[in-house]
Design a protein around this ligand. Sequence first.
Ligand code: PMV
Length: 370
Amino acid sequence: MLSEKDFIANPTASIENGNFQWSAPSNIALVKYWGKKENQIPANSSISFTLNNCKTITKLAFVKHFDTSTSSVQAKKGFSFSLLFEGKPKEEFKPKIQKFFERIAIYCPYLKAYHFTIDTENTFPHSSGIASSASGMAALSMNIMSLEKALHPEMTDAYFYQKASFLARLGSGSACRSVKGSIVVWGNHTEIDDSSDLFGVEFPSKIHKNFNNYQDTILLVDKGEKQVSSTVGHDLMHNHPFAEQRFAQAHENLSALKTVLETGNLQEFMKIVESEALTLHAMMMTSMPYFILMKPNTLEIINRIWKFRTETKIPVCFTLDAGANVHVLYPENVRDPVLQFIKDELVGYCQNGQYICDAIGKGSQLIIDN
Ligand code: PMV
């Protein structure tokens, strides 16, 4: 089993400058991660669908400005980078990147030798309430690993993706599920081979065809700033009265979902996924201080989905992340009637009528490699 020490780089080659560009998708958890230990170690295992259309595209240009092995004084100076968002300098984003570099410095000691220009953009609207931290941290980690592979040409693909996910996790926990694969597990789970607290792994079993190209239509209910950051949210699980039961329940739900993904049982799928979404919000409502992140329109949408499902028997369900937006999940073969239902009955509950059509994707993709 890999430990943290296995992720400390030991470059064998050198490189003066270059450019990489990667895209990394957002992901939506089916069994939720909520609560963590030190160093972004999750309190429970989680599993997510990787999305296809909602992604961050990040370009990393780098120039060597000194040799870390000979210039220890300069090496102590810290990281050198400029940050562009959609081609324009964005100072507000820099502290987050600085903190990320500090966290991964021990695993990527070569970072201090370079000046970086990081140019990033999202395919989804800014402040849509869709968190860009998962896709953003994953996209940056992929680029850093491309640089590390250039410094360490004998690196295997397996290690490349594991370490990319390991680094992404240090940026934002759920980002480690945005690296590779269409369904990703993060966190030790007795029944999932090779699962780890340190990085995400592709769901190892054969996935039933019912889940091929599974659809996720994201209804943008509230595009405002998050009321509670996920850092604060995770912290509230310390001393939470229901924490231990919740962590045990997540473990059981992942076992049950594993069988569901193998057998294609959509009724069970919907039960587990909706219960997970409501439990996540129940944890927020029962922490101290407490929060309600759903909006009245979130509840209207949930009730409409339940009514539609009862009347039509179409297997459509919802999940939520830590906000008011609703992810509507359904198989590809009911796409037309569900989209019609969304247009007829749900769009009115979305801010400015906005929603995003997405589906299961495959993970990060390399765009520029030189
Ligand atoms: O990755 P973070 O620290 O932003 O936490 C994400 C938490 C949820 O989105 C609510 C659940 C999850 O598993 O993605």
